[in-house]
Ligand binder design. Structure first.
Ligand code: NAP
Length: 335
């Protein structure tokens, strides 16, 4: 049995972790903590958990983490690193924030001063389809960002044939921003509307560019948009290819790249969010604009699952030598 803790359990990704781990066959959730709601049952914050999980929320206490096999940090960036700096010798960590995803200089350019830059060096970027071998032995896993997951998984298989300039045009549901109150995320601001935000300054841009550039130098333009839906990301990627290939060849190339990956579905039809929401799948498809030497790749994930919590559980499974799919046999919410 794996003994796990979840810190930041009163947030959206914390809730998803609880729901997943309650049904994981070899996991015992021993410790759930958050900043607020101390002593209250989790079901008092999330009534959807009534009769499912009435476990009480505890204070964030590093001593409670000793003896656990792994702790999930579902905290905002900055808060995560403060805790990780103190506990990393005592417990394996899967951090859902951005605190250990970027190299120090890049992190400090896009976020803030890092409290434990040496720890960044030891962290493994937790994209299983890229780093499975390293994740296995990691003490600290930096779970990828949601947009970054959808984007990197789409571009990776074609990286060798594109010419280094990529545009990512991505759309996310509102849960991507977390559960805290924000005026610009009120129902009346979001419903029946559609808008771009953080154009050319979203923090997932350096993450996507850093990960891809470790394989091949690439420059990424990233434009996120807010969809008036709860969950899901659809990313459309525009990449220039100097040589035109046969579509069948490209399809086979994509299939071959992910042949052993249980959570990547290669589609002939174009993917859509409601076929993927509720699962750990990333659905990928592409089209070829031969007249303009343009490869257009489209991918879909659930931002709270493959983009956060179920990917974190996938990482946990790899870290502890379990079957990668353990506890992740999820069915899409459709309709
Ligand atoms: N939402 C997504 O789709 C998504 C996807 C990938 C990664 N992530 C990342 O995952 C992390 C959690 O995201 P989320 O969407 O679950 O956020 P959220 O819904 O806003 O929840 C944040 C959690 O952190 C706690 N918290 C906030 N400020 C704190 C502080 N100063 N000290 C201690 N605890 C604090 C909150 O507790 P209170 O309830 O007491 O405020 C809550 O439990 C973030 O780093 C986010 O960037 C999110």
């Amino acid at each position: 049995m794996l003994h796990v803790g979840i810190v930041g359990v009163s947030g959206f990704t914390g809730l998803e972790l609880v729901k997943l781990l309650l049904h994981h066959p070899v996991v015992s959730i021993d410790y759930i903590a958050s900043r607020s709601h101390i002593g209250e049952p989790l079901s008092s914050i999330f009534p959807s958990l009534n009769s499912i999980c009435d476990k009480k929320i505890e204070t964030i206490d590093e001593d409670r983490l000793k003896g656990l096999d792994v702790v999930f940090l579902a905290l905002p960036h900055g808060v995560s690193m403060e805790l990780a700096c103190r506990i990393h010798n005592n417990v394996r960590i899967i951090d859902l924030s951005a605190d250990f995803r970027l190299a120090k200089d890049l992190y400090e350019k896009w976020y803030k001063t890092h409290l434990c830059p040496d720890l960044i060096e030891t962290a493994v970027y937790g994209l299983p389809e890229l780093n499975k071998g390293k994740i296995k032995n990691a003490q600290l896993v930096a779970n990828p960002g949601c947009y970054a997951t959808a984007s990197i998984l789409s571009i990776l298989p074609f990286l060798d044939i594109i010419d280094g300039d990529v545009i990512v045009d991505a759309k996310s549901g509102v849960s991507g921003a977390g559960r805290s109150l924000r005026e610009d995320l009120l129902f009346s601001e979001v419903a029946s509307s559609f808008r771009a935000y953080s154009v050319a300054k979203h923090r997932h841009q350096p993450e996507i560019q850093q990960v891809l550039s470790e394989i091949k130098p690439v420059s990424v333009t990233f434009v996120p948009h807010l969809l008036p839906i709860n969950r899901g990301i659809l990313a459309t990627i525009y990449a220039h290819i100097p040589t035109i290939y046969d579509e069948a060849f490209l399809f086979e190339k994509l299939q071959r790249f992910y042949i052993n990956e249980p959570f990547i579905r290669i589609l002939k039809d174009l993917p859509q969010i409601n076929n993927c929401a509720g699962t750990n799948f990333c659905d990928i498809s592409f089209a070829l604009d031969k007249d303009n030497n343009r490869l257009i790749i489209i991918s879909v994930i659930d931002n709270l699952l493959k983009g956060a919590s179920s990917q974190a559980v996938q990482n946990m499974n790899i870290m502890f030598g379990l079957k990668e799919e353990e506890g992740l046999n999820l069915k899409p919410y459709y309709p």
